[in-house]
Each structure stands twice: as structure tokens, then as C-alpha cells.
Design a protein around this ligand. Structure first.
Ligand code: SAM
Ligand code: SF4
Length: 461
């Protein structure tokens, strides 16, 4: 495959659009009229650095989120399955040279216990995370996915299992697809090859191109639901934003569907890490880059994780985030046994900064006027490219997304929420039903809510 990231092109775009600040409004308007931005237009937004223009970009992103996606936030949890790793990524606590890391792979039994504990909290969507190691091959990943789907406790079940693991070959991706995964997520870490080589000092991950083309192999194996990401803090954030947009364009050009999600983790403290502080991204820059991404790729889901603290998450969410994790624990085995109240960096990949429970997060979302959702309907109905549909099919959100968010929130309130959250949640449900037009649809939702109250589960549109 021809390399599709050209550093010279990206830097030229950044350097040659500095004087285009007069175009910022026109670019925001294009995005608000539901058109994806070109690389050059994205570079125009990146170069807009006066306080007024930054505010306009943030307003634009907020407006786009409100107008197109409404108030839903999808919830999930990460589950670390194994942290053995043969790579040497200098920013990661799991890297092979970190002798302090406590290595562990969950046994089937432990995996079941973890999933039961997550179900007891109300989780319905998980992302399984693995180091890169011969023990975590495609068959093993597929086995753990099947195990997770098989665990049912009370009304609990996991309805969508996503994966964050090393790149596979095409046959490997086929094996994992057959286990029924949702999204296969791989972060390029940095789109700047030279920097990539500086941070990846051993193991298979040293091969920049093999990683960059991983999700093309996934597509070839029939996995059209993929997630991309960059680890912010390794190289210039402006370059990484254009790298992500270029990667998105590549998917659209080759497969006629963009990535399902974009992630934008920021480097966090990890056991014995070694990072050049030059490119650390400030909170202000972080908000800017999220808003720019929202405008640049308006129909891609955006994931914000518990790497960020509660305050930053609350702020950044306004600018276009569609998914967050809740109740996150990174230490292996810690969902089922509270091994350590304090985080132990030698057992974790990195430090998380939002350790609130899922219910605390749902409480805050409800207070802030969001509609928490555990919806998995599109994936199970075979409606792929759901963000694109949300974006481009008139009425899709009102017909499918909001009703399914309401039904999955109702299940949560019935099965897992304390009375104070349930009271708040049912009010939010009522408010949201009122905003949906059409007696037929609202009647159908009310019928299903009555069934949920009677004990029926897993109803969706
Ligand atoms: N081993 C696989 C890999 O490298 O793709 C699985 C994923 S790794 C466990 C998940 C992601 O965490 C990495 O892709 C990286 O972007 C991120 N990560 C690693 N170290 C981090 C750190 N110190 N702070 C924040 N994120 C980090
Ligand atoms: Fe291993 Fe992934 Fe950590 Fe790199 S980022 S050391 S591949 S777990």
C-alpha cells in the first residue's frame, strides 16, 4: 500500500495556512452545513490562535454536537485482560524493559469474575485491552471475547465487546471478527514516523508502517468498524490532528466508510516512563484540538477516557465527545476484588485521573442535561456506519438513537441505580420523550418502558 501520511505535506499545510485566519468562519460554516472538512480547511482552524477565533471554533463544535447528535453520551468500561508485552514503548508502564511491572494475564475464571462485577455495576459495553505478546494471539483474543459474551449475571450481560490490541494479519482479524467483536481499535500513537521511532524501541511495534496499515487489513478481513487514535504529547498536536484527519480520509476513499471512532488520549504518568516534555498538550490546547476534530470529521464518534480528570472531562465533553468510560479501573482483577484502594502504578499501564464509579458519572451526566446511553442496537441490527447515519439520515437520531438511549437508561435505573439517581433519571427520560415528536413513536417507547418496569430486558429499535 502507498504510504498515505506525508509529513512534508502536513507541515506545508500547517505552515502555508497561517495567513488564512479570515477563512475560519467560512470553514466553521461548512462543517455546520454537514460537510466534512479538507485537510487544508482543518489546518486553517489549527492556525486560528487568537482568543476570539478559538471561541468561535469552540462555539461551532458545541453547536454541531447539539444540532447533529443531541445530548446522548454512550458509556463503556475498559477491561485489561493481560499486560505481558514484548514491545518497548517508552511512555507505557507495560513495556518489556519495565522490570517493576507486575505481569499478569487473567485466567478464564478471573475474567468471568471481572465481567460479573462489571455487569453488577450496570455495564453493557466493554473494551478488552491486551499488551502485545505471542500469548495474546488472534485465537486467544477470540476466546476471551466469547468468554465475555457468555457471562450473564442477573439481568446483566455484555452486549458489545470492543478490542484494543496489537495489529494482526488478515487471517488473525478474521478469527477475531468471527467472535463477534464490535470495534477493533488501534492507536497510531504518533503519525510522525521519526518521532514514532524514537518512542518505540523494541518489539514488533517498532514497525510504523505495519501499524499504520493494520486497520486496512482489518477491513480486508471484513471488520469495517474500526477505531483510530493518537497519543497526544509525543509530537506536535497540530501534526497529529492532521494525521488523524488524513487517516480518516484514507478510510473514506478506500472503503467508503470512515473510522467509527477517534480517540485522543493524552500522555499520563506511568511506571518509570521516559517522555520528552516538549510536546505536552495543555488543557487549553486539548480543548481546542477536540473542538477542531469535531468540526473536521463531523460524523465520527469521539471517545474521551478517564485518563483525564473529572473537571476536564466535564468541560471537554461539551465540544463533541460521544463516548466516555465510567467506573474505570486499570489494575487487573480490580473490578471483582478491591486489591488496592490506592492506584499502584506498577500494576497499571498508566495513572487514571477519573476514578469515580459508573453511578457517580451517570449522576453528573443527568445533572448536566445529558442522556446516558448503553445502546448497542446498530451493531446488533447490522447497521454499520451508525455515526454516518446519525449524521446524514434525517430523523435517524429521533427514530433510533434517542429511543434506544432511553430504553437502556431505564434498564440501568431499574436494575442498578440507587433511588436518588433513579428519581433523577426517570425525570430526564420524561423530558427526552417530550422532545420526540410523533405519537406513534412516543407510544412505542412508553409501551417498552412499561415492559422494562415489568422485568423485560433488551428491547431496542
Ligand atoms: N498493546 C496494545 C497497543 O499498544 O496497541 C494495546 C493497547 S495499550 C494497552 C492502549 C493505549 O494506551 C496505547 O495505544 C496508548 O495510546 C495508550 N497509552 C500507553 N501509555 C500511556 C500513557 N502513559 N498515558 C496515556 N495513554 C497511554
Ligand atoms: Fe505494550 Fe501497548 Fe504498552 Fe506498547 S503501549 S508497551 S505495545 S502495552
Amino acid at each position: 500500500m502507498e504510504p498515505f501520511i506525508d509529513p512534508v505535506e502536513i507541515w506545508d499545510l500547517i505552515n502555508n495556512t497561517r495567513s488564512y485566519q479570515g477563512r475560519v468562519r467560512e470553514v466553521i460554516a461548512k462543517s455546520l452545513s454537514k460537510q466534512r472538512l479538507t485537510l487544508e480547511e482543518t489546518a486553517v482552524l489549527i492556525n486560528a490562535d487568537s482568543p476570539d477565533l478559538i471561541e468561535e471554533i469552540k462555539d461551532g463544535a458545541r453547536e454541531l454536537k447539539k444540532r447533529v447528535y443531541g445530548n446522548r453520551i454512550v458509556l463503556f468500561a475498559p477491561l485489561y485482560v493481560g499486560n505481558k508485552c514484548t514491545n518497548n514503548c517508552t511512555y507505557c508502564g507495560f513495556r518489556t524493559s519495565n522490570k517493576f511491572a507486575v505481569r499478569q494475564t487473567l485466567s478464564d475464571n478471573q475474567l468471568v469474575k471481572e465481567v460479573e462485577a462489571l455487569e453488577d455495576n450496570g455495564q453493557k459495553r466493554l473494551i478488552l485491552v491486551y499488551g502485545e505478546h505471542p500469548a495474546y494471539n488472534a485465537e486467544y483474543i477470540a476466546h476471551t471475547v466469547r468468554t465475555v459474551y457468555s457471562v450473564k449475571k442477573g439481568n446483566g450481560e455484555i452486549r458489545r465487546v470492543n478490542i484494543n490490541a496489537a495489529p494482526l494479519d488478515i487471517d488473525g482479524f478474521r478469527i477475531v471478527k468471527d467472535a463477534g467483536i464490535g470495534t477493533y481499535q488501534i492507536f497510531q500513537e504518533t503519525y510522525h514516523k521519526e518521532t514514532y521511532q524514537k518512542y518505540h524501541l523494541g518489539g514488533k511495534k517498532m514497525d510504523f508502517d505495519y501499524r499504520l496499515t493494520a486497520l486496512d487489513r482489518a477491513q480486508e478481513a471484513g471488520i469495517d468498524d474500526v477505531g483510530i487514535g493518537a497519543l497526544f504529547g509525543l509530537y506536535d498536536w497540530r501534526f497529529e490532528v492532521l494525521g488523524l484527519v488524513r487517516h480518516t480520509n484514507h478510510f473514506e476513499a478506500c472503503y467508503r466508510v470512515g473510522p467509527h471512532t477517534i480517540s485522543f488520549p493524552r500522555i499520563q504518568d506511568a511506571s518509570a516512563v521516559n517522555i520528552d516534555p516538549r510536546y505536552m498538550v495543555s488543557h487549553e490546547e486539548f480543548i481546542r484540538l477536540v473542538a477542531i476534530l469535531r468540526l473536521a470529521v463531523p460524523y465520527t464518534g469521539m471517545i474521551l477516557t478517564a485518563r483525564e480528570n473529572a473537571m476536564v472531562r466535564r468541560e471537554v465533553m461539551k465540544f463533541g465527545v460521544s463516548q466516555i468510560d465510567g467506573g474505570t479501573k486499570l489494575e487487573m482483577g480490580s473490578y471483582s476484588e478491591s486489591i488496592n484502594e490506592d492506584q499502584d502504578l506498577n500494576r497499571e499501564q498508566f495513572k487514571i485521573n477519573d476514578s469515580r464509579s459508573l453511578n457517580e458519572i451517570i449522576d453528573e451526566l443527568l445533572d448536566d442535561g445529558y442522556l446516558p446511553s448503553f445502546c448497542t442496537a446498530c451493531y446488533r441490527k447490522g447497521r454499520t456506519g451508525e455515526h454516518f447515519m446519525e449524521f446524514s439520515v434525517p430523523g435517524f437520531i429521533k427514530r433510533f438513537c434517542s429511543p434506544n438511549a432511553i430504553l437502556t437508561l431505564a434498564e440501568y435505573l431499574e436494575d442498578y441505580a440507587p433511588p436518588s439517581t433513579a428519581e433523577k433519571g426517570w425525570k430526564v427520560i420524561e423530558d427526552n420523550i417530550r422532545q420526540l415528536d410523533g405519537e406513534k413513536l412516543t407510544g412505542q417507547i412508553r409501551e417498552r418502558l412499561a415492559l422494562i418496569r415489568e422485568g423485560k430486558r433488551d428491547l431496542y429499535f
